[in-house]
Design a protein around this ligand. Structure first.
Ligand code: SF4
Length: 238
């Protein structure tokens, strides 16, 4: 009969290393990624930035009842250059998206984006309206989407915890900001009668000749003559 030797569960630490009994109370072994991510997940500074009604719920989340300080996220920064997280809270209009992209470009790495509410995630009740973009993710990369119109503070907190989980899964050896080479900035969209994303220039150039060769719409048929109403006899005006 053979006996299988299995390590005592208490003797194996979180990183999966076996630990001599005399060291179990004094030494902890973990990975560099785990320490690095623990420091980052509890110090995500959001940008002080709101667009519409969802921003009121974001403000409630930062107040005493829900207490963002539990997550180390209560330090809302008034400058993108000191911010780690952009919470896009509200309707993203065509007039505002160039400013949003500009602010995103000004944030230092590592940076994250949380899309709060139906408007920011896909246009919401204003989808395909003349002045609203159908989702901020058409222009900047989004890490977490929080559904709702508006999302409650609890929903936003859940989204922030999901962001913490995403940070936990990152490795210092693979993140984009420690790779060689510069991270290119996102081109700022151009505001006009309809907003243009400079990354779509090639597509626009391709579509332009096709649109120019399309047959012109037929001219409208001449309007039928309208018979003039007989003049009312004098003295019968109502
Ligand atoms: S999702 Fe609803 S609450 Fe949020 S900005 Fe849009 S309309 Fe307002």
């Amino acid at each position: 009969m053979t006996t299988e030797t299995r390590p005592n569960a208490s003797a194996v630490n979180n990183a999966g290393y076996d630990m001599p009994p005399e060291m179990r109370q004094n030494v902890a072994i973990t990975t560099l990624d785990k320490i690095w991510n623990m420091g980052r997940r509890y110090s995500v500074w959001p940008m002080m930035f709101g667009l519409a009604c969802c921003a009121i719920e974001m403000i409630c989340t930062a107040a005493s009842r829900y207490d963002l300080a539990r997550f180390g996220m209560e330090v809302m920064r008034p400058s993108p250059r000191q911010s780690d997280l952009m919470i896009v809270s509200g309707t993203v209009t065509k007039k505002m998206i160039p400013q949003i992209v500009r602010l995103y470009n000004q944030m230092p790495e590592p940076k994250y984006v949380l899309s709060m509410g139906a408007c920011a995630s896909g246009g919401g009740p204003f989808k395909e309206g003349y002045n609203v973009v159908s989702g901020v993710d058409q222009y900047i990369p989004v890490d977490v989407y929080v559904p709702g119109c508006p999302p409650t503070p609890q929903a936003l907190l859940h989204g922030l915890m999901k962001l913490q989980e995403k940070i936990d899964g990152e490795s210092i050896t693979k993140v984009r900001w420690y790779q060689k080479g510069e991270i290119p900035a996102i081109p700022v969209p151009i505001l006009g009668p309809d907003i243009i994303d400079p990354r779509d220039y090639a597509l626009i150039r391709e579509a332009k000749p096709a649109a120019a060769q399309a047959p012109a719409a037929p001219a409208a048929a001449p309007a039928a003559p309208v018979a003039a109403a007989p003049a009312a006899p004098a003295g019968t005006a109502s």
